[in-house]
Design a protein around this ligand. Structure first.
Ligand code: ARG
Length: 475
């Protein structure tokens, strides 16, 4: 059903209708559109702009549509342009001319962005909840491996030994930042646009504050031209989801190489692995690779919306219809990827012995020699130089740092003696790193404990927000 046409003598060409149409992707906004229509109806009713009887009939029809949309009994047809026109068709099919009453004081311009904000809040909360479950899985796995030692890397070269629990737990901290971003985003996104009209507000006695409250928004738009134009919340949501995707891709990368034959640290569970159609022996970490690969489309969706917005005049321009598919795609992508990665993390086992054996390789304890000398008041530059000489001597004689003789130590530096061997162990190196946030198991346990309690608080606040949102949708 066309929402316009009075001033046209010809209907749009097929190609125009085909290009204008958004129903094939915006139909998922239907529940939110119906809910915001109920809010709009309330203000029309309380301002006596429509008769009590009409209001009652429209409310009944809207509520019927809510269940018919949910059950699929009411669905779009080929001639519907978008979600708004399809639902107005639904109303007029039920009520005749009265179905068109609701359009008073409202434009698709303020309507669509109100719907999209509601949709985005609902789904980003779901993603936030999934993120906390992934954090749970990461922290559980990290606790299991706090006492396991492994090489820590910089430049993908052995750097210093670390607690493997420390290595795993780091990912939970990255996701905590994403959750923090979501928290801030929610506050900025909880702004109602309803009442902005096409761009200039309304000459009818509407009450945008009342609609905002009804829809659970914490604020009302301040400037109607900005209100119909603002898609910052879409771009920001896409940025946050890109960051989540990037964090997932870094987990994916680690899991992929940890599962390789060369590393053989990770044993990915059968349910989270896939086989090869030609090589019967293969067990591939495809979930990790997809987590890595999907980050590309998340970043692509962000770039697509930013590029669409760049230089766009304010108020409504049809370009803005291009905000939806990228947002929907990023949300759908994360809803798919997050549970799979959570399952993969929760079910992967690691080979403690392999990691422990690898921990001291590549002279990863050389820093211990330098620190030993610093504790003897030798300037770090000299201490670093001496440790470096130990490495060179070991390399040329094919030995490990603790295998040098007392004489060799002292000939490299007068203050270096056999006592250094006590710190040249993986356990010693780990236990010594007790500074805040460091890799000593006692520190790692404290980090995990704190992260867990923050996670519990986040889960509760997301749960509360979800409950409030569901309550608002049911009203
Ligand atoms: N389907 C449109 C969108 O998604 C609705 C707004 C149309 N507004 C207009 N003035 N043509 O943006």
């Amino acid at each position: 059903m066309a929402l316009w046409g009075g001033r046209f003598s010809l209907s749009p060409a097929d190609s125009v209708f085909a290009l204008s149409r958004s129903i094939h992707f915006d139909w998922r906004l239907a529940p939110y559109d119906l809910r915001s229509s109920l809010a709009h109806l309330s203000v029309l009713r309380s301002s006596s702009l429509i008769s009590k009887d009409d209001a009652k009939a429209i409310e009944g029809a809207l509520k019927e549509l809510v269940s018919e949309v949910a059950s699929g009994a009411f669905a779009p047809i080929a001639s519907d342009e978008d979600v708004h026109s399809a639902l107005e068709r639904g109303l007029t099919e039920k009520l005749g001319a009265t179905g068109g009453v609701l359009r008073a004081g409202r434009s698709r311009n303020d309507q669509v962005t109100t719907d999209l904000r509601l949709f985005a809040i609902d789904h980003i909360l779901e993603i936030a909840q999934l993120l906390t479950l992934l954090q749970d899985a990461i922290l559980d796995k990290a606790s299991e491996y706090v006492d396991a030692s492994a090489p820590g890397f910089t430049h993908i070269q052995h750097a210093q030994p670390v607690s493997f629990g420390h290595e795993l737990a780091k990912h939970a901290h990255a996701f905590a930042r994403d959750l923090d971003r979501i928290h801030d985003w929610l506050a900025r996104t909880s702004v109602s646009s309803l009442g902005a009209g096409a761009l200039a507000g309304s000459s009818l006695p509407l009450d945008p504050q009342a609609t905002a409250k009804d829809l659970g928004f914490s604020q009302t738009f301040a400037n109607s031209i900005d209100a119909v134009s603002d898609r910052d919340y879409v771009a920001e949501a896409l940025y946050i989801m890109s960051m989540v995707g990037i964090h997932l891709s870094r987990i994916g990368e680690e899991w992929t190489y940890w599962a390789s034959t060369e590393f053989a640290w990770a044993k990915v569970a059968d349910q989270y692995s896939t086989g090869s159609s030609i090589m019967p022996q293969k067990k591939n970490p495809d979930m990790a690779e997809l987590a890595r690969g999907k980050s590309g489309r998340l970043v692509g969706n962000l770039v697509s919306v930013l590029t669409m917005l760049k230089g766009l005049p304010f108020a409504y321009n049809r370009d803005l219809q291009e905000d939806k598919e990228p947002l929907f795609d990023s949300i759908d992508t994360l809803l798919l990827v997050l549970p799979a990665v959570t399952g993969m993390v929760a079910t992967t086992d690691f080979d403690r012995q392999k990691m422990l054996d690898a921990a001291p390789l590549g002279f990863s304890l050389a820093t211990e020699i330098a620190d030993y000398l610093v504790l003897k008041k030798i300037p770090f530059a000299q201490a670093h130089e001496a440790a470096g000489k130990c490495v060179t001597l070991c390399e040329s004689t094919n030995r490990e740092l603790h295998e040098l003789s007392d004489l060799e130590y002292s000939s490299i530096h007068a203050s270096l003696d056999g006592g250094v061997r006590a710190v040249l162990t993986v356990k010693g190196a780990l236990d010594a790193r007790v500074t805040h946030g460091g890799t000593a198991p006692s520190q790692v346990n404290a980090q995990i404990k704190k992260a867990r309690s923050e996670n519990v608080a986040t889960q509760k606040s997301i749960g509360d927000a979800q409950k409030a949102f569901t309550g608002m949708m049911r009203a």
